[in-house]
Design a protein around this ligand. Sequence first.
Ligand code: NAD
Length: 269
Amino acid sequence: MSTLRHMPSTPPSQHRSLQGKAALVTGASSGIGREIALELARRGAVVGVNYIGKPDAAQEVVQAIANEQGKALACEADVSKAADVTRMVSDFIKQAGRIDVLVNNAGIEEESPFLEKTEEEWDKVMAVNLKGPFLCTQMAARSMAKTGGGTIINISSVHEDLPFPGYASYCAAKGGLRMLCRDLALELAPHKINVVNVAPGAIATPINLRTLQDPEKKLALIREIPLGRIGEPSDVAKLVCYLASDDASYITGTTVVIDGGLMHQTGSL
Ligand code: NAD
């Protein structure tokens, strides 16, 4: 019984669906990115765990993957800096042999009323949430174009479409990511590179800590979600694994929403 309890949750039908693939996940030392890294590895991919500033947290993810007999390596880089991204992607390719999947997951949120927003905040959110995916995608796609193709998955947000007062920079960056996905899907299709956005609704991660730790705010949020629960990082991770697999090879240039119905709720957020 105790062995069964420690078995990974991957359903047998999806077992090893990513065997032989190499996948790099940005912002993978916490939250959704951490879970994506774990699930990709469970399905057989060699995983690059990108992180910024927290080597211990990244090492914990690499160790958790190794404990399940998976393969992973920690990859330090600030995704908003071209020199960091160039070094990270080329080191990953050197060590993993190739890159088949890039998950642009790293992201930050800053809340402030629009009339008080600073240039610094605007630039910071744009740099991580929009310039980061540009830099990482360009580096990864240059390699994928030479090796026969690949998949770029952007972790966007329901706020690539849904307004969110107080979060103008976040919404503008995710809205930009929406068009980047559609544009690159066309431009990279001749290289057999698919580009897909995943738009989560409310997922229980450190980014939402203030809401999750406030019982009233948490309850109000749950009331907005038709399925009646906040999503788990594993909900998103399983979708990403499907999109990264050959089963999803005809999906490109679109956004897959994963939000428990939140976007369709009248008066949501
Ligand atoms: P999180 O804060 O746990 O994860 C964000 C990660 O990005 C962190 O590991 C952080 O270190 C990393 N990061 C930040 N700046 C970076 C940089 N310059 N370079 C490299 N890494 C950097 O929160 P999360 O909820 O797991 O967020 C992951 C993604 O999911 C984000 O893009 C976020 O916008 C998106 N998202 C989250 C939710 C949600 O409800 N949690 C909903 C929609 C979209």
